[in-house]
Design a protein around this ligand. Structure first.
Ligand SMILES: CC(C)(COP(=O)(O)OP(=O)(O)OC[C@H]1O[C@@H](n2cnc3c(N)ncnc32)[C@H](O)[C@@H]1OP(=O)(O)O)[C@@H](O)C(=O)NCCC(=O)NCCS
Length: 210
């Protein structure tokens, strides 16, 4: 993985991770062929190879697997404010910015960092979805547009709604087990190139490689 910085395009023209110049990236890493779209904000996160985001995506304190697709206006891990203080206003922890102290209150930032979201490989997160703190989204899952994910999601499960609930699985269990065992997302690039067109036939693929 590479430390990621802004470039002029969000479409990778090589295996170098590409980040649109309008996006703000802080202390984050990305794998090869990864692409971060316009007006994204990514903080303290690791984004796997080939994963891409569309516009206006926010990702805080998150591990994202490989080959994951993140639609516009998705927010992953919107952070909480302390609700048990006199005020919820951020001046109590961004106290240096407001001239109340020399340093910020790192306890709040460490609390946020300890509530990481983890997302598997080949997940599709639909337009405007929100993924709340601490959640794990299994490999191959689908999050419908506008969903708010508050609980873990099993691999290859489709969830929709507020709060998000499973409506179906993408494949029967034996196919899911086969895909998890094959773990094609870990194949080297040469193998992916060789077997690329086989990705379009799920039954043949699992029969051959499972
Ligand atoms: C989740 C999704 C993939 C399901 O697609 P599908 O398998 O074709 O599902 P259907 O349209 O048959 O809907 C199945 C049920 O879920 C409901 N549903 C589907 N998507 C929903 C959503 N996003 N929120 C709430 N309910 C939803 C439908 O109303 C239907 O309910 P019913 O059984 O009570 O009638 C799709 O609806 C979706 O949200 N896609 C994301 C699109 C997107 O954001 N693209 C961004 C570009 S990358």
């Amino acid at each position: 993985m590479k430390h990621i910085h802004q470039t002029h395009s969000s479409i990778p023209s090589s295996s170098e991770p590409a980040v649109h110049e309008s996006s703000h990236i802080l202390n984050s890493f990305a794998g090869e062929w990864c692409s971060i779209g316009p007006n994204n904000k990514v903080i303290d996160s690791r984004i796997g190879a080939y994963t891409y985001t569309m516009d206006d995506v926010t990702i805080n304190y998150t591990e994202v697997g490989k080959f994951t697709s993140i639609a516009s206006h998705v927010c992953i891990n919107p952070v909480d404010h302390p609700m048990d203080r006199v005020t919820q206003h951020h001046m109590t922890y961004r106290r240096a910015d407001y001239g109340f102290a020399e340093t910020d209150d790192e306890d709040i930032f460490n609390w946020r960092k300890s509530n990481r979201v983890t997302i598997g490989h080949d997940v599709w997160i639909g337009h405007g979805a929100i993924v709340m703190k601490g959640v794990h989204i299994g490999t191959g899952a689908v999050v419908g547009s506008g969903a708010i994910v508050t609980k873990d999601i099993e691999p290859y499960t489709v969830v929709v709604g507020v709060p998000a609930k499973p409506i179906k699985t993408r494949f029967p269990q034996e196919i899911v087990d086969g895909l998890l065992q094959i773990a094609w997302w870990d194949w080297p690039r040469e193998l992916l190139e060789e077997r690329f067109y086989e990705l379009n036939n799920i039954n043949e693929f699992v029969k051959k490689y499972g």
